[in-house]
Design a protein around this ligand. Structure first.
Ligand code: ADP
Ligand code: ADP
Ligand code: ZN
Length: 216
């Protein structure tokens, strides 16, 4: 199963991807996570990406296409994967088509998660993750069962992203509408697009996605 989760920052792509991983056993390929790992490891790519990410601007197509292309060739992607936050430009979408064609496979579905801008700001402001296992939480929308303890791994360390602040959110939304939203038409024209209501509760969005995936 080869999927793309498409949607603005804070739409719930990462949250839903974690659930698809658990249920279907295919890896989540998040370019945001990969870039943050590169920044933390202070690699050449990380050094280039950091300032752009902090400002909420997109990293260059060449860089992200390079890291996804390498990741997709790993064995655990043979049965499928979920692309979360990639592709984000038409150039990245074309590169994805070429990459998959080279491997003799193709995308099954592109799931667009729709959420209104006002709600996105609230979701991003309250977002945090487990520092140990990466499970996502929210200050009010999705708290751990026991306060301060990760449901998944029991860790008591959590972290917030430096770019999850009010000023950067505006830039990221603009980048989404300008660079990424044209992909909606791109995949619609290919007959691959399904759009779902991301304003619904997390469990309801998961159920919608399950319906789509079980029909593949
Ligand atoms: P994205 O990966 O699209 O940027 P996330 O999955 O990180 O978005 O979600 C952003 C924040 O909103 C997280 O804190 C998450 O817990 C919360 N969230 C995700 N989906 C929903 C939803 N359907 N309703 C309420 N809050 C949600
Ligand atoms: P969100 O979860 O809010 O949608 P991500 O974690 O996907 O955000 O991305 C964080 C930042 O990483 C982006 O603002 C951008 O700077 C960079 N980034 C991630 N994926 C891409 C991509 N496919 N192309 C260009 N830049 C990217
Ligand atoms: Zn954890």
């Amino acid at each position: 199963m080869r999927l793309i989760l498409l949607g603005p920052p804070g739409a719930g792509k990462g949250t839903q991807a974690q659930r698809i991983v658990e249920k279907y056993g295919i890896p989540q390929l998040s370019t945001g996570d990969m870039l943050r790992a590169a920044v933390a490891a202070q690699t050449e790519i990380g050094k280039q990406a950091k300032a752009l990410m902090d400002a909420g601007k997109l990293v260059s197509d060449d860089v992200v296409i390079g890291i996804v292309s390498e990741r997709i060739d790993a064995d655990d992607c043979a049965k499928g994967f979920i692309l979360d936050g990639f592709p984000r430009t038409l150039a990245q979408a074309d590169a994805t088509e070429a990459m998959l064609a080279r491997k003799g496979v193709s995308l099954d579905k592109v799931i667009e998660i729709r959420v209104e801008d006002e709600v996105l700001a609230q979701r991003i402001a309250g977002r945090y993750t487990c520092a140990n296992c990466g499970t996502g939480y929210h200050d009010t929308n999705l708290k751990p069962k026991v306060e301060g303890v990760c449901d998944k791994c029991g860790s008591t360390e959590f972290k917030r992203r430096p770019d999850d602040n009010a000023e950067t959110v505006m830039t990221r939304l603009q980048a989404y509408y300008k660079e990424t939203s044209p992909l909606i038409g791109y995949y619609y024209a290919k007959g691959k697009l399904v759009s779902i209501d991301g304003m619904a509760a997390i469990e309801d969005v998961t159920a919608e996605i399950d319906k789509i995936l079980s029909s593949l």
